[in-house]
Write a protein that binds this ligand. Structure first.
Ligand SMILES: Cc1cc2nc3c(=O)[nH]c(=O)nc-3n(C[C@H](O)[C@H](O)[C@H](O)COP(=O)(O)O)c2cc1C
Length: 165
């Protein structure tokens, strides 16, 4: 993996999240790690010095969320393996070793975990966390549709402190 300058990246955040999907990985070699597929998120600049940031939305029920909450860092990895993405997005690390069963390998880097062979990796440092709350919706059709079971997301705004290709 080669470290790259974020300003030189040529990507479309809409297709990156919405079509390609990303693997959100949290934890480390010592304490354990887990990965899940995400397709809801944002990339942009926030706060002084235009910090490069990623925003991800993780439902309360996700095992990966427990690892995100225990750590300062997580990563977002872009991988080509659609089967692995499907697997990571439909099985829980609470019950099994998802890396093994999805046929991918964890890559321990920068004190956190990414995915070996990823085309792009963002190392993210958590800055801000807030729950998505039903009372804050202006378009009330959204909670009725996307949170009918009450499994709300926590939103994490994180600084992208390193990027690799
Ligand atoms: C294409 C796709 C996108 C997903 N995007 C998200 C997301 O943005 N946020 C989320 O909380 N779950 C998302 N999921 C669901 C989690 O990946 C899934 O529940 C996973 O099994 C959680 O694993 P874990 O319990 O090991 O953390 C997505 C699943 C798929 C297939």
């Amino acid at each position: 993996m080669k470290e790259i300058d974020l300003r030189e990246l040529n990507l479309n955040p809409f297709t990156l999240f919405g079509n390609d999907w990303l693997v959100l990985t949290a934890g480390d070699e010592r304490t354990g790690c887990n990965a899940m597929t995400v397709s809801w998120g944002h990339l942009g600049c926030l706060w002084s010095h235009n910090r490069p940031t990623a925003v991800v939305y993780v439902r309360q029920s996700r095992y990966t969320k427990e690892l995100i909450d225990k750590s300062d860092l997580f990563t977002l990895s872009l991988i080509d393996d659609r089967n692995a993405l499907g697997y990571l997005g439909s099985h829980s690390g609470r019950d099994e070793n998802k890396f093994q069963n999805a046929g991918i390998k964890p890559l321990f880097t920068d004190g956190t975990t990414a995915i070996e062979g990823a085309k792009l990796v963002f190392v993210c440092k958590k800055l801000y966390k807030a729950p998505i709350s039903p009372e804050n919706f202006i378009d009330t059709a959204i909670p009725a549709k996307d949170y009918a079971n009450g499994d709300y997301h926590d939103m994490y705004i994180a600084e992208i402190i390193k990027a690799y290709e």
